[in-house]
Design a protein around this ligand. Sequence first.
Ligand SMILES: Nc1ncnc2c1ncn2[C@@H]1O[C@H](COP(=O)(O)OP(=O)(O)OP(=O)(O)O)[C@@H](O)[C@H]1O
Ligand SMILES: [Mg+2]
Length: 214
Amino acid sequence: MNLLTAQNLAHTFEYELFKDVDIELNSGESIAIIGMSGSGKSTLLHLLSTLLTPCEGKILLFSEDVSYMSKKRLSSIKRHDLGLIFQSHYLFKGFSAYENLEVSELLSGQKIEDSLLEALHIKEPMHQKVTELSGGQQQRVSIARVLTKKPRIIFADEPTGNLDKKTADEVMNLFFDYCKKNNAGMILVTHDNDLAQKCDKVFHLEDKKLQRIK
Ligand SMILES: Nc1ncnc2c1ncn2[C@@H]1O[C@H](COP(=O)(O)OP(=O)(O)OP(=O)(O)O)[C@@H](O)[C@H]1O
Ligand SMILES: [Mg+2]
């Protein structure tokens, strides 16, 4: 089943970042996007996850054109179906890690799973304030928060950037397992070529073009 299709996307800030970008994500599939710093990978992820409107082109989520969706429909999709893990964590700083997950539980109507906290090694610090956690722990809390809502598409921008190799591998395996088990899709931005190669498809953003290399 098709989860996301983007056609002819183009985006410009001060200068043109990319154009003619096409991408398609299906159920159970993972896609990696690699490319040099500043090439526009995060911007592309923001477009695909509807945080930003493209200058040109069309995005379909679950076969519906985003630009024709009502605000209500789009916010329901964002709340229930899209999971965003970005370079900065956007956790609620005054809250504990657990309270951050409770927000996700409340908004999505899904339950926090103990097994998820165990897999991410964050059971212990769950009741500490976010500001008292290490960068890597915060990153794992934000991953738990996103997976708690059981999204159909995960958008992840360097999700393991703050983690050591072993923990990063564990976390990525969790994502791949999640996608297979739940028939979800993932679009992953990474600088790690080995990690990218573990995805079903790999794209390279270079010279304003998105080229498929796997
Ligand atoms: N909101 C914005 N307003 C203006 N320019 C922006 C904005 N967001 C990004 N840019 C510019 O667009 C370019 C691409 O940024 P982007 O964050 O997409 O790159 P990236 O490929 O994700 O880089 P990195 O690998 O370092 O994360 C940069 O030159 C950046 O300064
Ligand atoms: Mg980026």
